[in-house]
Write a new protein. Structure first.
Length: 295
């Protein structure tokens, strides 16, 4: 028996890297019956003679879209072109942290000049102590990134057109298909399946993308804790049920921190917008539920 990691899957066969060797394996029926689907990123026990996966080692995390496992880092790629959506960045950070994954913001296309965007990112996320790395595939400026990824499994995420595949190309010198930005400034996603690439001691996972991102909160109260850089101030609020909405600085410690520039106003505005959206949905659901109870 050998222990390895699933690097890719095609037509029901799994490419497993074990001690630097690659084995193209099928899955024993008992594995899928007891545990379920084998995923890219899974650590597995294989029978190297019969080329079969015999067991899935318990996962560190298990993501749905994309269907991958055992992520250590999430590399959130952004660029000034196309214009970044900071709500998507917020949600990717939430998704990563709730799945025990370390988020790293990667500014691509530094050859275009990204100082303004980098400063804006620092203002938004300094309270989370998230690393922000500036790179350029064209200028081969990636050493500062790859040094963070050794002995880790790291996935790329971000809007289409920010240069994820080009950056991976630069990292591994592989021939991954890329596409140019269209005339309206939107990119096309060209990665169709998840695959891990080995770069020295780093395992880089290219995926079709992270979709169906939500606020990961079922209630308004739960949502208030999804922004830890804001939530940490709530202990000073006068009322335990404070939602920091339309409150005075005397009653709300979060508002006081906002006015004293300890919280980024741009990020706070997105936080409040998300809270209002969720409470609107919650009120609508409650109304429908009450109507169904009366029937």
């Amino acid at each position: 028996m050998k222990i390895g990691q699933v690097f890719s899957c095609k037509e029901g066969r799994f490419n497993v890297n074990a001690d630097g060797e690659y084995f193209l394996c099928l899955v024993r029926g008992k594995v899928t019956k007891t545990i379920g689907k084998v995923k890219v990123g899974d650590f597995v026990k294989i029978d190297e003679n019969n080329l079969t996966i015999e067991e899935i080692i318990p996962r560190k995390n298990d993501l749905i879209r994309p269907s991958v496992a055992n992520l250590d880092n999430l590399l959130i790629c952004v660029s000034s072109l196309p214009e970044p959506d900071f709500t998507i960045i917020d949600n990717l950070i939430i998704m990563a942290q709730r799945n025990n994954v370390t988020p790293i913001i990667v500014v691509t296309k530094d050859d275009l000049g990204q100082d303004k965007l980098t400063k804006r990112l620092e203002e938004n996320y300094s309270g989370l102590n998230i690393k922000i790395i500036v790179t350029s595939a064209k200028q081969d400026k990636t050493n500062n990134l790859i040094s963070l990824l050794e002995d880790k499994t790291s996935a790329f995420a971000g809007s289409s057109g920010v240069g994820k595949s080009s950056l991976i190309n630069s990292l591994i010198k592989a021939n991954i298909k890329t596409s140019e930005l269209s005339g309206i400034g939107r990119g096309k996603n060209t990665t169709t399946s998840s695959q891990i690439y080995l770069i020295n001691k780093a395992r880089v996972l290219d995926t079709p993308g992270f979709s169906s991102l939500t606020h990961f909160a079922k209630t308004p109260e739960e949502f208030l804790d999804l922004y830890p850089d804001i939530a940490k101030f709530k202990v000073g609020c006068r009322y335990k049920t404070c939602n920091h909405l339309d409150k005075s600085p005397d009653d709300c410690a979060v508002i006081r921190a906002l006015e004293e520039n300890e919280i980024c106003r741009e990020r706070f505005d997105r936080f409040i917008k998300g809270y209002k959206l969720l409470t609107g949905r919650a009120q609508k659901f409650h109304k429908i539920h009450k109507q169904e109870e009366k029937k």
